[in-house]
Ligand binder design. Structure first.
Ligand code: ADP
Length: 190
């Protein structure tokens, strides 16, 4: 079983490249952002709490996310592979994911660290905001999300560097070129 963490700032192309990975490898998609948006649409308590953080460009707290993950992992336990998208987003979440996967006899195979410069990220997200209908795709919240990413999420890179599973991917250029680099990293992972 391959467990792929797709990592990068908001707007780095994680969702787009995840779709291509799913089409080629048949992996299951595990997106904490999608899971949270579903909770919001269903009006659950978790959804109500999460929405406040999300609309401010902040992270939902680790305890809420980690509890949610444990349940959701059951749904993908028989998959040939899983893509973790938008998770882990803090060092504590990376540690928790390792524990939860180890408990199931598996581990992260590769972490794809997708690089895109800030100017390009902001342009992409503003463009996406025209059609996504997402309340967090506006300039003010986008800028907050990028600050949150730098402060709270980039330490995750160190976690996977230490684990030896971080692979750097250039996220600017042709979609297919980026995807080819991603496939190379997945194919040569454990
Ligand atoms: P993006 O990567 O484009 O910002 P996501 O859909 O992954 O979009 O996440 C949207 C929002 O959901 C985040 O800004 C954050 O508030 C919340 N969120 C998603 N995943 C997590 C997570 N693993 N931990 C904490 N908050 C999360």
């Amino acid at each position: 079983m391959k467990n792929v963490v797709i990592f990068g700032a908001p707007g780095a192309g994680k969702g787009t490249q995840s779709d291509k990975i799913i089409a080629k490898y048949g992996f299951k998609h595990f997106s904490t952002g999608d899971i949270l948006r579903k909770q919001i649409a269903e009006g659950t308590e978790l959804g109500k709490t999460a929405k406040k953080f999300m609309d401010e460009g902040k992270l939902v707290t680790d305890d809420l996310i980690i509890n949610m993950i444990d349940n959701e992992l059951e749904a993908v336990k028989d998959a040939s592979g899983v893509i973790f998208d938008g998770f882990p987003r803090t060092y504590a979440q990376a540690e928790a994911l390792k524990v939860l996967l180890n408990k199931r006899g598996t581990d992260v195979s590769v972490m794809l660290n997708i690089h895109v410069d800030d100017e390009e990220l902001i342009a992409r997200l503003i463009n996406r905001g025209k059609t996504s209908g997402r309340s967090d795709d506006n300039l003010e919240t986008i800028q907050k999300r990028l600050v949150t990413y730098k402060e709270q999420t980039t330490p995750v890179i160190d976690f996977y560097k230490k684990e030896g599973s971080c692979v750097d991917i250039n996220g600017v250029g042709e979609l297919d070129t980026i995807f080819a680099d991603i496939c190379k990293a997945i194919d040569s992972s454990k």
